[in-house]
Write a protein of this length. Structure first.
Length: 219
């Protein structure tokens, strides 16, 4: 499974045991709703989701929660918290499914040149840069959604990205209604009313997290 992740792309299977030993890999299992990382925690590790899915969440001074990202099997978290510019984690990581399995890797071992000059180590560093570039794109997409002026525009911008990702007008989003409200930074009740209104107008059909759009949804 690790070989299929972006971080270990193009690494040979026979090199994995030595690589994981070099990165001081360890594995831990979490249950649903359990915090994997708390905001302000200090850590020098990054996490790779091996099973299940997690949410990256932040809270403002008033306790309002926002979901920054949904990460599934094979995706990473903790890259920012391990840099020298951040002494503590700027966000929390929470398991949202049963039996979430996470592999932790020492960040300092990941980015520093290997004393053994392992050829696969430089490849992993290159992969890490690609992962960071894609994460930056996701952050820009989130900012683009939140920059929309109305709740409907925020929702449509989010649904458009989901449509572009799967290439279909029918898809299931990775959030329930409360989580979607947290992701869009809007009131949950107001969001439900807006979704119901868009359904009455024939723009969308939805059952819980499942959405069906039509060709006129984004017009």
């Amino acid at each position: 499974m690790l070989l299929s992740t972006e971080l270990f792309s193009k690494v040979f299977e026979e090199d994995m045991p030595q690589l994981l030993h070099c990165l001081k890999a360890r594995v831990k299992v979490y249950t649903s709703a359990e915090f994997i990382v708390h905001a302000e925690d200090s850590s020098d590790e990054i996490g790779v989701v091996l099973e299940g899915s997690v949410h990256i969440i932040t809270e403002d001074l008033f306790g309002n929660r926002s979901i920054t990202a949904h990460l599934k099997k094979g995706e990473m978290f903790g890259q920012i918290a391990t840099t020298r510019n951040f002494a503590t984690s700027p966000a929390s990581v929470v398991a949202i499914s049963q039996d979430v399995v996470v592999m932790f890797l020492k960040f300092s071992r990941l980015v520093a040149p290997c004393t053994r000059a392992c050829s696969f180590h430089s490849l992993v560093i290159e992969n890490m840069m690609n992962v960071l570039a894609k994460r930056n794109l996701l952050i820009n997409q989130k900012l683009s959604i939140l920059s929309q002026r109305t709740m409907r525009e925020k929702l449509l911008a989010f649904l458009y990205l989901q449509y572009k990702e799967v290439g279909l007008y029918e898809f299931t989003i990775p959030f329930n209604r409360d989580e979607l409200a947290d992701f869009l930074c809007v009131n949950r009740s107001a969001l439900s009313r807006e979704i119901a209104k868009m359904g009455d107008e024939g723009l969308i059909e939805t059952t819980r997290s499942h959405f069906i759009l039509n060709e006129n949804t984004f017009l």
